[in-house]
Design a protein around this ligand. Structure first.
Ligand code: URA
Length: 239
């Protein structure tokens, strides 16, 4: 593969932009500046790619990312009132058609998965997959036994034919619970809590399946590890 094609595959932009990066002397491979954009390269053999003085991890397949979503960011490529979560990622990922797996509301924080693997996004968003999602929910009114029981038994949501129940609930303190659901309906947690006569003040997603948000700082992202991807039933190494 020629170098400019490889740069395109890494998300560095159009054919013209990638050719120019090389022509302007901004690309180095394995420590050596490249001066020919038609240089034949084999991606597996590139251990160090630096573009415009920034090292870039060579991507050999689809990309799987975990983002700690901050509040006041929209999970949308075309945000209306707040910045897009995609602004928190390197621009190269935007060129690689990365999309979020499901959505978090603008005021919801926490774990958000992103990928450009259509099968992965589809599989994890599918209701059949039943991936448990755990949220820390801060409530306006106290978390009474009655509220917890109602959420565990199931509540009716507007425009939905059946009841929706939490899989598990753990009470953290008077106003905070950990709530796990397996579906992913629009505003589901907020609507369930409202249907049980309380109100969500803050919503923070801690985990998706076995994947934990962990210590990742707000607004930061990282690649999924091979084992984390495997836990979702996907085998390909992220890098
Ligand atoms: N449920 C909600 O109500 N909002 C979210 O962002 C996620 C789940």
């Amino acid at each position: 593969m020629e170098l400019y094609r490889f740069l395109q595959q890494q998300g560095f932009g159009s054919r013209k932009e990638c050719r120019q990066l090389v022509e302007y002397g901004l690309v180095s491979l394995n420590g050596e500046e490249a001066d020919n954009y038609r240089l034949p390269v084999s991606p597996e053999a590139i251990t160090e790619l630096v573009v415009n003085d920034e090292p870039w991890p060579v991507l050999l397949g689809p990309v799987y990312l975990l983002l700690h979503k901050p509040a006041d960011y929209e999970t949308s490529h075309k945000p209306q009132h707040h910045p897009s979560i995609y602004r928190l990622l390197p621009y190269q990922f935007k060129n690689l058609d990365i999309s979020a797996v499901g959505r978090l509301d603008v005021d919801t924080t926490g774990l958000l998965l992103l990928s450009n693997d259509g099968q992965f996004i589809h599989a994890l968003s599918s209701p059949k997959k039943q991936v448990p999602k755990c949220y820390q929910v801060t409530l306006k009114h106290p978390a009474t036994d009655e509220l917890i029981q109602q959420l565990l038994n199931g509540v009716y949501l507007n425009d939905e034919a059946c009841e929706f129940a939490a899989d598990t609930i753990e009470q953290l303190d008077s106003h905070r619970i950990l709530l796990t659901i397996t579906q992913g309906k629009y505003h589901q947690v907020k609507r369930m809590v409202a249907a049980a006569s309380n109100r969500v003040e803050q919503l923070h997603r801690l985990s998706l399946g076995e994947l934990q948000l962990g210590e990742l700082a707000v607004g930061q992202w990282r690649f999924l590890k091979v084992a984390e991807l495997a836990a979702f039933g996907f085998g390909q190494a992220p890098l």
